[in-house]
Design a protein around this ligand. Structure first.
Ligand SMILES: [Fe+2]
Length: 271
């Protein structure tokens, strides 16, 4: 890690979900584009990023763990030689798949920061699938699922109650920084704030892909959370918990910071 987080006036962030590797998915195509995105991440006060290229789903036949590790090493070399202060570690944005546990054990699918403790789980957005069985299987391997951007899943955003069972099974939620700012529409924005307000969210991450429509905006999201829910919540979901994933430590709960009860509440009907 290159910077001591929360030490100075300026806050620094760890991004646990980012598509910054070149030519592996729908992120940057060239190394030059990748370096531009990494420069933007560093400018956004991100010191460490977990590269999470898509795995499984439409990327089933590529992006295996060994390849991603090599590409992360190559990107870190380029960052160093281009004077960009950003530390990249391997991970995956893993599409829901019944083979997931087997593929993790076979070292084909990556856990976050390659630490064997957390997997970033991407649900298909066009249908609703109950992941209860997968969560049990992951638990048997001592792995916790971090569900990526549930606020952008239209069915979950309208029926947040479905998340309760998974949360009680010890899954974590990660919302996208841009969702909080409204870049994914009103439904996603309201759902993201609703989940945060309930203390259901453990992480905010960029899910950045490029510098056009999917650029990083951690600083803006952090400021917005500070203004609405206070600095303690903002630091927990943008700094402390992401750092804990990077270092393979246990995640802290946001529930105690929520002013709302740990119960089902509907997203306001005007969403
Ligand atoms: Fe992603």
């Amino acid at each position: 890690m290159k910077t001591e987080h929360m030490k100075s006036e300026q806050e620094y962030y760890v991004d646990i979900h980012c598509h910054c590797l070149p030519a592996v998915d729908d992120g940057p195509i060239t190394m030059s584009e990748s370096l531009s995105l990494c420069r933007a991440l560093a400018d956004d006060c991100i010191t460490d990023v977990i590269a999470t290229p898509h795995q499984l789903g439409r990327f089933s036949d590529c992006n295996e763990a060994a390849q991603i590790r090599d590409q992360v090493a190559a990107l870190n070399e380029e960052l160093e030689s281009n004077g960009i202060s950003l530390n990249v570690v391997p991970g995956g944005d893993v599409r829901l798949d019944e083979r997931m546990c087997r593929l993790i054990e076979a070292d084909k699918v990556l856990t976050l920061a390659d630490g064997g403790k957390y997997v970033l789980l991407e649900l298909p957005h066009e249908v609703f699938i109950d992941i209860e069985t997968l969560l049990v299987e992951l638990s048997s391997l001592d792995i916790r699922a971090i569900i990526s951007h549930p606020e952008r899943h239209p069915i979950i955003a309208r029926r947040p109650r479905v998340l309760l069972k998974w949360l009680e099974q010890s899954a974590y939620l990660q919302v996208t920084s841009a969702s909080l700012l409204g870049d994914f529409g009103t439904l996603a924005q309201k759902a993201a704030w609703h989940f945060l307000n309930l203390g259901w969210v453990s992480f905010v991450a960029t899910d950045a892909h490029d510098l056009d429509g999917r650029s990083p905006c951690m600083k803006a999201a952090f400021g917005s959370i500070c203004a609405r829910l206070g600095g303690a919540m903002a630091r927990l979901v943008c700094i402390e918990n992401p750092l804990r994933v990077l270092e393979g430590r246990d995640v802290l709960s946001a529930r105690s910071m929520s002013t709302r009860k740990w119960i089902y509440e509907r997203v306001p009907s005007n969403s």
